[in-house]
Write a protein that binds this ligand. Sequence first.
Ligand code: FAD
Ligand code: EPU
Length: 338
Amino acid sequence: MIQSDVDLQPYNTMTIAARAKHFCTATTLQEVREALRFARAQQLPILPLGGGSNIVLTGDFPGLALHLGMRGLEFEALDDGVRIRAAAGENWHQLVMRSVEQGYGGLENLALIPGNIGAAPIQNIGAYGVELKDAFEQLTAMEISSGELITFDAEACQFGYRDSIFKGPAKDRYLICEVVLKLSSTWAPRISYPALEQYFAQHGLARELLTPAKIANAVIDIRNSKLPNPVEIPNAGSFFKNPVVADDQYQTLKEAHPELVAFEAGEGWKLAAGWLIDQAGWKGFRNNGVGVHDRQALVLVNPGHRCGSEVVNLARDIASDVKRKFGVTLEPEPRFYP
Ligand code: FAD
Ligand code: EPU
């Protein structure tokens, strides 16, 4: 079941060609354990793979690329809502649409986010004013060093904006095997995100007539209007996080650039990185098969299926230009391997 010298191009939405020393797809916990034993015996690093929509391969991977393909999706009706138990290899968008079709609200703002369940807690996926943590109950993860199963509740996951314990103290230590979500039967639409509010105003849909399905469809429409479909134009979604800056830096920037797009975030302000990159003149840029999407400047694209270093060089040029023009540091959102 373990293959050697495998091309990872079909396993990342940036379509970067890079080889893994070893590769396997595990469809049961037993297969995951066996794969870990194989890697441990040879002291190989592990690259956990879901849908590959948030990784950038900067070279060949000298270990085991472990594609987590466990399936299973259960809806358990509760007195006050529903509990959803999903295995790591289930597709996120399909889970959202299944819940919406059954009339449950809570995940509709997160429709059409690519990738699998197992990766969703890693960066606490979020869109249109909602994050995974809002519906999260617990997850089960396998410790890579021991093969033991451990449960993490929401508090233990330390969720933040595009962040969790799995990007911090627990980085590279666990494989997420199952995620449990809970949706409440008391539902209210969350449509205060500017693009959503605008959409419903333009389409003349009154708030009291909204349903989870109508909101999911609106989110799908908005996303299709600006985000490239990775099947047509290779990309990894937002390439940078939206930077959070202190109030004094925000005030200085706002004075110099009255059109600056920013949202209050705790003590500071979250700036729209897409606006900064757009204003710096990069939107639609193309060079040597890589570029910046022409409808969303935060998304880098790889239509030429170029190697990771081309993508990384472009990202570096953009970040240093934004730093020079606005004094703001941009941090990549996807994970780079190796
Ligand atoms: P992968 O790319 O396979 O993996 C991502 C990271 O998680 C890697 O470090 C990987 O090693 C690790 N990992 C994967 N599975 C597991 C596991 N089971 N256990 C442990 N570690 C694991 N994200 C948002 O938050 N909001 C958005 O609106 C959004 N829009 C996007 C739009 C587009 C067009 C694209 C291409 C991406 C977008 N993303 C967005 C990013 C991406 O969809 C999410 O990060 C998603 O959760 C990645 O899932 P994946 O299965 O593809 O993960
Ligand atoms: N903007 C521009 N020019 C651009 C892009 C954006 O001026 O080229 C402006 C927009 O007009 C808007 C603001 O920037 O006023 C924010 O843009 P948008 O609503 O498209 O969202 P974003 O901040 O660029 C974030 C997430 C997305 C998520 C959307 C919706 C991050 C890093 N990105 O993008 O997530 O789908 O909000 O909630 O937080 C991802 O993580 O991969 C991703 C796509």
